[in-house]
Design a protein around this ligand. Structure first.
Ligand code: UN1
Length: 513
């Protein structure tokens, strides 16, 4: 791991051979079994992380609950100041953290840096937000009364994140939750535990330097069983979970059983509609980056292209040509476009999807396959593939977290393309490529895309943090990141104050004593 400066990065981030994966902020402890984190880049063991037991978790949640009592009383702009300092650290450590993201998860170094940039951006956003946690004032129907609303923090927020954005998704949640006055317990994916330890090291240092109590940022580690400590715990009023729809349904039912709140960011099945008025060059860039970026492991990855029949061959040929230029290999080597999948299970799912699409009558037009030989020893490198398929194939309806792109034709009006695009269970991201104002506006209208994200002349992936991020249907309905997504981390209180000597009742009710 000395290549590409990984050892140096690990040192700068405070990662040891065996790390405790449980932390309340100033204290690191874990008494569970160890998870080994292997890099999909070269198959090497990077380091081990000890997991959180039920007893460890008890200590975490009590420490967090008690820290909340202090943190909530600190004025929000002062909490923002702490987030600003955290952000300084992220800026300072952007390169080593981006490198570790790339090495532990397998995305390209550029994308690893991009992910840390998303953390920096959301922290900037959170600092400004710390002075803008606004509520409304209303006019009371009663004389001499004032009515307004205010937002208070919720308490302990549980964050369950996925391997594919191992650090940014935590930051979207935690930076907002912190300025809102909440404390957080984070369970990163058991596939990327080291980036979690690295982030907690940074957070911990900043909170400590500010003389704040431990428990404002907590880390727990392990698989879904450790996540379940939180989902079933009524001391954790909000669970924010990112991952598969299967996982989200389990989380939602556990949290729902106790009437807790959940914020869900689940699967996508994102399409780009290519109309007769599309700019082909832009379409190719958007579609290829969307389909093969992060090796197709973004929830916003482009899975489907819905192309007008008059454009079909032209677009198909241009995309197939572009696939011919792709370089697959070590993601830390910046000349490569596509890195490995996260692990061999992901490779198996990729293989299954390619078999299935053929069984259902699809036609492979860019062959897939698992790469072997020098540089591909981890067994996780696959060739991005393209298949011609029908939208209603079972496999096309399903999110395969790998670089498999399906091409489908539509004919006639834009309505037909929108129907196909909406005819899946997921509703995260969508895009249209067109220079035709009517088509674009139709796509964005009430009769258009049913997704949480709808883009014009941009691909489906790569959303900025300033907008609310999330989607409908089986994507789970949650919104994170920008806009007013912060409201989910707070409880709203309506206050009515009577400054008279009378007590008139609302709705004009008479109740004479
Ligand atoms: C995810 O894949 O879980 O829009 C998040 C994007 C990124 C975030 C993706 N900003 O592709």
């Amino acid at each position: 791991a000395t290549e590409f400066g990984i050892d140096e990065a690990l040192k700068q981030l405070g990662i040891n051979e065996v790390n405790n994966g449980t932390s309340t902020g100033s204290d690191w402890f874990s008494s569970g079994e160890e998870i080994s984190s292997y890099s999909p880049v070269d198959g090497q063991l990077i380091a081990k992380v000890k997991t959180t037991t039920k007893d460890d978790y008890e200590k975490v949640v009590t420490t967090a609950s008690s820290a909340f009592k202090t943190w909530r009383k600190m004025p929000a702009p002062q909490r923002g100041e702490v987030v600003r300092q955290f952000n300084e650290e992220l800026r300072r450590l952007k390169e080593p953290l981006g490198k570790l993201v790339s090495y532990e998860m397998g995305k390209s170094y550029q994308e690893g840096l991009g992910e840390v940039q998303e953390m920096i951006d959301i922290c900037d956003f959170a600092v400004g937000l710390s002075r803008q946690l606004h509520g409304l004032t209303m006019h009371s129907e009663r004389p001499g009364h004032r009515m307004y609303e205010q937002y208070h923090p919720l308490g302990v927020v549980g964050i369950i994140s996925a391997f594919n954005f191992p650090v940014a998704v935590w930051a979207w949640n935690t930076a907002l939750a912190w300025v809102c006055g909440d404390v957080c317990i984070w369970k990163p994916s058991e596939k990327t535990p080291l980036t979690g330890v690295a982030c907690q090291n940074i957070a911990q240092r900043v909170f400590k330097e500010n003389g704040l109590p431990e428990g404002i940022s907590c880390l727990i580690n392990g698989d879904y069983k450790v996540g379940e400590f939180m989902t079933t715990d009524k001391r954790v009023p909000l669970i924010s979970a990112t991952g598969s729809t299967r996982m989200g349904k389990i989380v939602a039912s556990k949290v729902g059983e106790r009437l807790g709140k959940s914020l869900l960011e689940l699967g996508g099945n994102n399409a780009i509609i290519v109309t007769p008025d599309a700019d082909i060059k832009m379409t190719v860039i958007g579609a290829v980056f969307g389909a093969v970026g992060t090796a197709g492991q973004r929830c916003t990855s482009t899975r489907r292209l819905i192309i007008h029949d008059s454009m079909y061959d032209k677009v198909k040929n241009a995309i197939v040509d572009a696939y011919g230029q792709l370089k697959i290999g070590n993601p830390l080597d910046e000349t490569n476009h596509v890195g490995p999948l996260i692990d061999k299970d992901a490779v198996a799912n990729y293989n299954k999807a390619l078999e299935r699409v053929v069984e259902e009558g699809g036609k492979i037009i860019v062959e897939g396959g698992v790469l072997e030989g020098e540089g591909y020893e981890s067994g996780c490198y696959v060739k991005p593939a393209i298949a011609e398929a029908q939208n209603d194939f079972e496999i096309v309806q399903h999110e395969t977290f790998a670089p498999v792109l399906y091409l489908t034709k539509y004919s006639g009006d834009i309505e037909n393309a929108i129907d196909l695009q909406n005819s899946v269970n997921q509703g995260l991201s969508s895009a249209i490529m067109t220079n035709n104002l009517r088509e674009a506006e139709h796509f964005l209208s009430v009769a258009g895309s049913d997704c949480g994200i709808a883009n014009v002349n941009i691909g489906t992936s790569g959303a900025e943090i300033g907008g609310a991020f999330g989607g409908e249907k089986e994507t789970g309905g949650g919104r994170e990141s920008g806009s007013d997504a912060w409201k989910v981390y707070m409880r709203r209180q309506t206050n009515t104050i009577n400054y008279t000597t009378e007590l008139p009742l609302a709705q004009g009710i008479k109740f004479d004593l």
